[in-house]
Every structure is written in structure tokens, then in C-alpha cells.
Design a binder for this molecule. Structure first.
Ligand code: NAD
Length: 431
């Protein structure tokens, strides 16, 4: 593989962040390049992350023993502003995964015309095996180790898989204790009591459905007549399922890590979400009804399949058996390159992650702006501003896809890459 002006590096010596997910992100970038019309020098710059940090996080467990978790933060590009991206706690977190997700964040922020670059971080641990005290210890120590590279004008973390408002509150407190005063603008996705924004918890899921709604309108489909399946029933999938049901769509199946639940006549999404909130991730298996595996769920006959769990769920292996007419990527990177090609061939519309799940970072941007200005916008105001931003990005992507005969993913990537490349060209190379 050719990587960023580092052509001298022998093929057999992969760079540290190269892994299958990073290679997917890079291949998507390469596939978009012929349409993006940017210089080779700028393309080389964007193939690699700007800065990567690996830390070791020592933590005292409740049983008195000590353990050490690996932690990561990758900043892909700071040309448009501070970097922005989530922090995830998961046994599979790696430098390569963070680098891939950071690159996608760069295109996403640029596509939405937010003044940010992309970042991503995480701790390799099993969050479900940790107590609240242990999670707090991991978070505070990780934040302390990130201090040299994060800041309200440098890099602003947010929640991602298995992290939440509480995690952000601990991060904000740890950072503020070092600064000597409250710095709410250091993270987004915080509790409202310390400068969080109303509507941030619902923003990603609501944004997913705003994009689905707009796509349906363009395709002449009535959303209220669509049968939907949602994989992942957390912050993104749970809210998206609720918003779909609210618009009259029939949600016939949802799943979490424990498996899925199916009712061809439509599920009571509100009751299911209340159950998931009360009993935590992985509790759908206990809910009464017809159960199925995540693999079976992905292949159910339906109109719209929302992928809101994690990456690499639809691959060359199972894509031929997917029966949906439209796939909405609430998660980052849920569709492999092979699956993408199969869906294009089968005329299945794929609403790409960097557009479809951008509601979260967009309202995170609103939160940061409110914090910096010590302002408080209300829910309707934020929902309207989000709908404007998502609608504007969707229309630009749709128009480009039609004009240049691109897939929506290619059009979204080209649009995002263009914004970043223009900024790099304008700023030039220092020194
Ligand atoms: P979450 O932890 O709240 O929810 C994840 C859901 O997926 C849970 O229901 C979990 O049980 C389920 N899940 C986990 N592993 C699974 C597996 N192997 N098979 C099936 N289901 C599984 O996380 P979230 O914030 O909802 O994030 C979901 C995805 O959306 C991630 O890819 C994340 O990067 C992306 N995303 C999140 C946001 C946000 O604002 N939270 C924004 C943009 C993108």
C-alpha cells in the first residue's frame, strides 16, 4: 500500500496505525480521489493521521489488584480547527481503529461545514466488566494522560461506544481541576448541569432519521409505509428506532449485543427502549418476544435497515443475503468495501456514515459554541439548526451524486475531502 509520501517505507513494514479498518478508510479515500480533483501533495498529507498518542493506564481494581489498560488518541487533521471525536471503551480498540475513525471524522466535520478536524480515542478494556468506580478511575487517569494534546482549541473529546454523559463529566472535571477553573468547552456530550446541550443525547439518532426522511422524499417513498430493522439499540439505534416509529414507520426488529427481537406487525419501540435504559446494554435477550441472532436480523426482509451497532457488520459474505432496499449507517464503518460494491450492483441505496450519523458531532459543535459564548439554546432551536445543517449536507451530496453518477458514499467523501483540501491549499505548507 502507498502511504503518504512515505513511499520509501518497504511494503512489508506496515505503519503502526495500519489495520483492516484503517485500510478500509484509506481505500474509501483512494476510491473518492479520482473525483475529488486535489493535488498529490494534499492527498499524501491526508492519507496519514497528524498525531497519534498511545498511553498505558494503570488502574486499581475493586478487588485490590492493579491492572494496566492501553489507551489511544489519534488526531487526523487540524487544518480546519480543533480536532473532534469520540472516546470508546471496548476490548477491540486499537491505534488502527482510532486512526480510521479519526479520518472519517475529518470528512464528516468538513462535509457538515463544522470548523473541526477529526480525532478518535479509546481505552482497550471490557467496560461491562468494570464497576462505576473502576470506570471513573480509568477515565480520570486516561484524561490526565491526554492533557498534553487535548484542549478546547486543540482537541475536544465526546462520548462514543460505552461512554456517556457521566464519562464526559469525569473528563471535564479532571481537566478543570488541572486548569484551576471550570472548562465546560473541553468535552461535549456532558450533563446539562455542567454546560451540556439539550438535544445532544438524541442528536445522532434524530439526525439518522432526518437523512432517511430526506432520502425517502427524493426517492418518492412514504416513510410511514416503510418496514424498518435497527441493529444496535444504544444511544444511536434506540433513538433512531423511536424517531422512525414516531413518523409512522413500522419497526419490525431491533437488536443489541445479546441478539434481536422481531415482530412482523411492529414492535413497541418505546417500551423496548425503556427496558434497555433500565436494564442496560445487552438486556434485549431478557425481553419477551420472538428472538433472533444479529446475523439473522441483518437478513430480514424489510425496506430500511439501520446499522447502529459497530463497524464491519455487512460484508462480502452476508451482503448478497441482505433484503433491505435502503441501508442507513448510524454506526461508523458498518459496511465493508465488498458489501458496498454488492449494494451498488443491486441498486440498494446506502446512506453513508459520514453524512447519516453526523447529527451527533453537529450538536456537539452547537454545545461547544454555547459553552464558549456562555449561551443556552432551547430544544426547538437546536433541532431546527440540526435539520438545516443535515438537510444542507444531504442536498449537496445528493446533487453531486446525481451530477457525477457517484454513489452517495463517494459523493459524501468527495464533498468532505474537497473542503479539507481547499483549506490545506489556502494555508500552504509551514515552514
Ligand atoms: P452505544 O454503546 O450506546 O450502543 C451500541 C449498541 O450496539 C448497544 O445496543 C450494544 O448492545 C450494541 N452492540 C454492541 N456490540 C454489538 C454486536 N457485536 N452486535 C450487535 N449489537 C452490538 O453506542 P452508540 O453511541 O449508540 O454508538 C453506536 C455506533 O454509532 C458506533 O459505531 C459509534 O461510533 C457510532 N456513532 C455514535 C455517535 C453518538 O453520538 N453516540 C455519533 C456518531 C456515530
Amino acid at each position: 500500500m502507498r502511504v503518504a509520501g512515505l513511499q520509501e517505507v518497504p511494503e512489508h513494514e506496515p505503519l503502526e496505525w495500519e489495520n483492516p479498518l484503517f485500510n478500509t478508510a484509506l481505500s474509501q479515500f483512494e476510491q473518492a480521489l479520482p473525483y475529488a480533483e486535489i493535488s498529490d501533495a494534499v492527498a499524501d498529507r491526508l492519507r496519514v493521521p497528524e498525531r497519534s498518542l498511545i498511553v498505558a493506564i494503570p488502574v486499581k481494581l475493586d478487588n485490590g489488584r492493579r491492572t494496566v489498560y492501553p489507551g489511544y488518541r489519534v488526531q487526523h487533521s487540524s487544518v480546519l480547527g480543533p480536532t473532534k471525536g469520540g472516546v470508546r471503551y471496548d476490548p477491540h480498540v486499537s491505534l488502527g481503529e482510532c486512526a480510521a475513525l479519526a479520518m472519517w471524522m475529518t470528512w464528516k466535520c468538513a462535509l457538515l461545514r463544522l470548523p473541526y478536524g477529526g480525532a478518535k480515542g479509546g481505552v482497550r478494556c471490557d467496560p461491562r466488566a468494570l464497576s462505576e468506580r473502576e470506570l471513573q478511575a480509568v477515565t480520570r487517569r486516561f484524561t490526565t494522560q491526554l492533557l498534553p494534546i487535548i484542549g478546547p482549541q486543540e482537541d475536544i473529546p465526546a462520548p462514543d461506544m460505552a461512554t456517556d454523559e457521566q464519562t464526559m463529566a469525569w473528563m471535564m472535571d479532571t481537566y478543570s481541576m488541572q486548569a484551576g477553573y471550570a472548562v465546560p468547552e473541553i468535552v461535549t456530550g456532558k450533563p446539562i448541569s455542567i454546560g451540556g446541550s439539550v438535544f445532544r443525547p438524541e442528536a445522532t439518532g434524530a439526525g439518522v432519521v432526518m437523512v432517511i426522511e430526506r432520502a425517502c422524499r427524493r426517492l418518492g417513498w412514504d416513510l410511514s409505509e416503510q418496514r424498518c430493522v435497527v441493529q444496535g439499540f444504544g444511544k444511536v439505534g434506540g433513538v433512531a428506532a423511536g424517531e422512525l416509529a414516531e413518523r409512522g414507520a413500522t419497526v419490525i426488529a431491533v437488536s443489541d449485543v445479546s441478539g434481536g427481537i422481531h415482530d412482523p406487525d411492529g414492535l413497541d419501540v418505546q417500551a423496548l427502549y425503556a427496558h434497555a435504559l433500565e436494564h442496560g446494554h445487552g438486556s434485549l435477550a431478557e425481553y419477551e418476544g420472538e428472538h433472533l441472532t444479529n446475523e439473522e436480523l441483518l437478513e430480514l426482509p424489510c425496506d430500511i435497515l439501520v446499522l447502529a451497532a459497530l463497524e464491519d457488520q455487512v460484508t462480502g459474505e452476508n451482503a448478497p443475503r441482505v433484503k433491505a432496499r435502503m441501508i442507513a449507517e448510524g454506526a461508523n464503518g458498518p459496511t465493508s468495501l465488498e458489501a458496498d460494491a454488492i449494494f451498488a450492483e443491486r441498486d440498494i441505496v446506502v446512506l453513508p456514515d459520514i453524512l447519516t450519523n453526523a447529527g451527533g458531532v453537529t450538536v456537539s459543535y452547537f454545545e461547544w459554541v454555547q459553552d464558549l459564548g456562555r449561551l443556552f439554546w432551547d430544544r426547538n432551536d437546536i433541532r431546527r439548526r440540526l435539520a438545516d445543517k443535515m438537510g444542507d449536507a444531504f442536498d449537496r451530496v445528493w446533487t453531486l451524486a446525481q451530477k457525477r453518477r457517484l454513489t452517495l458514499r463517494q459523493a459524501a467523501l468527495v464533498t468532505g475531502i474537497h473542503e479539507v483540501a481547499d483549506a490545506l491549499d489556502a494555508r500552504g505548507l509551514y515552514p
